[in-house]
Design a protein around this ligand. Structure first.
Ligand code: HEM
Length: 277
């Protein structure tokens, strides 16, 4: 009996069970925001990893989001609008997920005991989704705030400088594992919950989805590690550390920055003397 029913009985009235659609609506909202964030992260990882193609490629993607190819000049504020939208959805998703977190140590212990006893893979996956989600509350918020407030400081050299000299790489390293495990498990659970890709044999479908989930997580973790290594390598170099803005290769002036060194004037060869022979 819930608190409302208890109160009604205590007051001498009959308990009137009320049917509410809100739990279902909130569940749907959690799934929808999770799906959006999961798909966004796939796009995000592909955009960020363009650095593996070339510095020019990453510059082009950055400038595309700043509207450079539409307006003829960059408007980093456009990136801030996108970040603000993603941030709002991220906060909504985290708020909705909070409903399902254990609220005290007793609940947490009970869950852990059940998990240990049952040894049911999906139950264990849910636990890891809570742990990685909790880590992301802090790590992703810091990253999103930085992107929101400094959208103009994104680019092959600016990002590399932040990752290496700004010491963001430890945060990105942990965040990468957290987000890829969380996202992979989340999308798998969505597919199971809403019956996507359901075939004739539900057990076989679940097995295949689980394989796909691991494959996606591994793929994006490997891609993320390679990308992070590329930013670190550039960040260690002189160009990024000099704090200059990256200029794509086709916009670099062909005129040398410094006048070419004066060609050495070779003195006319002195007549050979006896001693020099
Ligand atoms: C619109 C919002 C976002 C923008 C514009 C953005 C942009 C970027 C950029 C430019 C980098 C390269 C490093 C740097 O410049 O500091 C980066 C790296 C990264 N971001 Fe985001 N990000 C966004 C949202 C998110 C979210 C929501 C998450 C996770 C929940 C996330 C996780 C990461 C991770 C893990 C890395 C490191 C990538 C790697 O290891 O290859 N980002 N992001």
């Amino acid at each position: 009996m819930n608190a409302q029913a208890n109160l009604a009985v205590a007051m001498g009235g009959a308990a009137r069970p009320r049917k509410s659609r809100w739990p279902a609506r909130l569940d749907f909202a959690q799934s929808a925001t999770g799906l959006f964030l999961g798909l966004f992260m796939w796009g995000h990882m592909f955009f960020v990893s363009t650095i593996l193609i070339s510095q020019d490629a990453m510059w082009t993607i950055t400038k595309f989001f700043e509207g450079y190819f539409v307006f003829g000049r960059s408007f980093p504020i456009l990136v801030s609008f996108v970040v603000a939208t993603v941030f709002a959805i991220f906060i909504a998703h985290a708020g909705l997920a909070l409903r399902k977190f254990p609220i005290n140590y007793r609940q947490y212990r009970e869950y852990r005991d059940h998990m240990g006893m049952m040894r049911h893979e999906d139950t264990t996956l849910w636990y890891w989704q809570v742990v990685t989600g909790f880590a992301m509350f802090f790590l992703a918020s810091v990253h999103l705030y930085q992107m929101l407030m400094h959208p103009g400081a994104i680019g092959p050299w600016e990002s590399a400088d932040r990752v290496w000299s700004g010491l963001w790489w430890p945060l990105y390293l942990i965040l990468l594992f957290a987000v890829e495990l969380h996202g992979g498990i989340g999308l798998y659970r969505l597919a199971v919950k809403w019956g996507w890709f359901e075939g004739k044999d539900p057990a076989a479908t679940r097995k295949n989805l689980k394989r796909l989930k691991w494959a996606l997580s591994v793929f994006f973790i490997v891609l993320g590690l390679a990308t992070l290594a590329a930013y670190i390598k550039i960040g260690m170099g002189r160009d990024a550390r000099a704090g200059q803005e990256f200029v794509p290769s086709w916009q670099r002036s062909t005129v040398p920055a410094r006048p070419a060194a004066t060609p050495a004037i070779t003195p006319p060869s002195a007549p050979a003397t006896e001693g020099s022979k």
